[in-house]
Design a protein around this ligand. Structure first.
Ligand code: SIN
Length: 535
């Protein structure tokens, strides 16, 4: 949009954190000891993907576990695209980072004796490794960290503020332009360093577990600012969202299968036996794809989750939120089969960062779901996502102490690029979501991706339009993200991890062992992996 920072209300801080899930809260808290911090978030502080996370946080803290085992499981699930150095750094720091969460008061469940944290098992893990707080782990982490942050000195929190764009000067990020809904005006936040922790973009899909705020704002802004973006073709679908009419879809945690629940087809037979040695606890891409096949064979919109044998008392105590949600939807978890189907859940790609969270744009850092860090490869290991945000934000806080501080400009203005006037955008979000769910979902083909491209190309006019409502700015971000995801999925002519092409059904290491990198104004670039086990 057209602006001149001299005309705007302005704020100044050492570190600007954008987003308030585990990545944003951790970055703000860890940086605040040494620097002034402003945390900007688009809704209330707790309205984040983190808050909705059920299963937990993975960490090799059990007696029989080790960093090497956690590393190995992550690499196997990531199907050749993980960066082994990054995986080692993250799983290696898990014990310390989780210990700090315990010290801060996160109420992780404990074993029967109360001596040790209790560990759950999820898909792709070779043993129980997931710390949890009932079935509301994300909410427990979110509430604990938000409460500490609100009391922290040197941190100012700005809720209900929408990121319009990152501010750049001399090829460096120097802050952000942020929409204030009270005044209906943009404001400028000057900063020595900006940390993007804006989460994913599940809302580009019709069927998703992500809340309405998950519109990829940070990644789209980083793209506009000229940062490198990667791995967008890899979108993870969670196998078991409750199949009812609600939107977004309510997740039914993989930990329920970890405790012994089964998946049944229309003949009420377990269909994962024989498909993978881990059966219902196979990696998520394997389970989701098998469910899709069974749904087609059975001509049904769902399969069944069977937890009846676990007993009412146990289910109610271990999974209270799921118990209640099923009850509200008319199902008794201890007596009924629960209808479940895959739903878009997690964006593996995003802003490309180095092992300390630095993006390719100096001054811009990123952490958590908004990044392509190399941790997840082509398919994320369950419960490694909260861990990623936690560890990367700690690493960023340490990097900020080492990285040079460059003098900021006193004024930035928009270019004089012509922008078309705003118009009514009713129905556009539905169109994007239907297009992406129908044509760029779990299974893709040249034909389906061409259909998506033709719809999304028709929406490209939106990107050159001067909107001033946050909902329209969100829409522009959705178009940007959907277009990049669809283009990346079209380019990668193989199947690997979460990316499945029916016209290229096999993994093709000779051609595709590497990452697709995107930068505004340049052709996409394929970078073969150079590190052990990863890029
Ligand atoms: C779940 O609880 O099943 C989700 C955990 C995750 O997305 O890693």
């Amino acid at each position: 949009m057209e602006f001149d920072t001299e005309d705007l209300v302005s704020h100044s801080t050492d570190v600007l954190v954008i987003g308030s899930g585990i990545a944003g809260l951790t970055a703000a808290l860890t940086a605040s000891g040494e620097r002034t911090v402003a945390l900007v978030t688009k809704a209330r502080i707790q309205e984040t993907n983190t808050w909705y996370a059920q299963g937990g946080i993975a960490g090799a803290v059990g007696e029989a576990d080790s960093v090497e085992l956690h590393l190995a499981d992550t690499l196997v699930v990531g199907q050749g695209l993980c960066d082994e150095d990054v995986v080692r750094a993250v799983v290696g720091e898990a014990g310390d980072a989780l210990g700090d969460l315990v010290s801060m008061g996160v109420p992780f469940d404990r074993d029967a004796g109360g001596q040790r944290v209790a560990l759950a098992r999820e898909g792709g893990h070779s043993l129980p490794r997931v710390l949890h707080s009932g079935d509301s782990t994300g909410a427990a982490v979110q509430d604990t960290l938000s409460a500490i942050l609100r009391r922290a000195e040197g941190v100012e929190v700005f809720e209900e503020r929408f990121l319009i764009d990152l501010l750049t000067a001399d090829d460096r990020c120097v802050g952000a332009l942020v929409f204030n809904p009270d005044t209906h005006l943009p404001e400028v936040f000057w900063a020595d360093a900006v940390v993007l922790a804006t989460g994913g973009c599940g809302q580009v899909f019709r069927v998703t577990t992500n809340p309405a705020i998950a519109t990829g704002d940070g990644v789209a802004a980083a793209w506009r600012a000229g940062a490198q973006i990667a791995d967008l073709e890899f979108v993870q679908f969670h196998p078991t969202a409750l199949d009812n009419a609600s939107s977004p879809k309510f997740l039914i945690t993989e930990a329920l299968r970890g405790e012994g629940a089964y998946l049944l087809d229309c003949a009420e037979e377990r269909f994962m036996l024989g498909v993978h040695p881990l059966a219902e606890l196979a990696p998520r891409d394997v389970v989701s794809r098998e469910i899709e096949k069974v749904m087609a064979r059975c001509e049904r919109p769902n399969v069944w989750l069977d937890a009846r044998h676990l007993g009412a008392e146990y289910l109610k105590a271990r999974f209270p939120m799921i118990w209640e949600k099923c009850r509200e939807s008319g199902f008794d978890l201890a007596a009924d089969l629960i209808p479940v189907a895959p739903a878009a859940h997690y964006m593996i790609g995003g802003v490309r960062v180095d092992i300390d969270g630095r993006s390719s744009l100096p001054g811009l850092y990123a952490s958590g779901e908004s990044t392509a860090s190399g941790l997840h490869g082509a398919n994320r290991l369950a419960s490694n996502s909260l861990l990623e945000g936690l560890v990367f934000s700690r690493r960023i806080a340490r990097a900020l102490l080492k990285d040079a501080i460059v003098p900021r400009p006193s004024r930035v203005t928009s270019g004089d690029e012509h922008r078309a006037p705003a118009f009514a955008t009713l129905g556009v979000r539905d169109l994007i979501q239907d297009t992406m769910s129908n044509h760029v979902g779990m299974t893709r083909s040249e034909d389906s991706l061409a259909r998506a491209a033709s719809v999304l190309d028709g929406l490209s006019g939106l990107l050159g339009t001067e909107f001033s409502e946050a909902s329209d700015l969100e829409l522009q971000n959705l178009v940007t993200m959907a277009t990049l995801i669809a283009r990346a999925a079209w380019m990668r002519t193989e199947s690997r991890g979460t990316h499945s092409r029916i016209d290229y059904p096999k993994r093709d290491d000779a051609a595709w062992a590497g990452h697709l990198l995107w930068m505004r104004g340049a052709d996409p670039h394929f970078e073969p992996i150079t590190h052990r086990g990863g890029r």
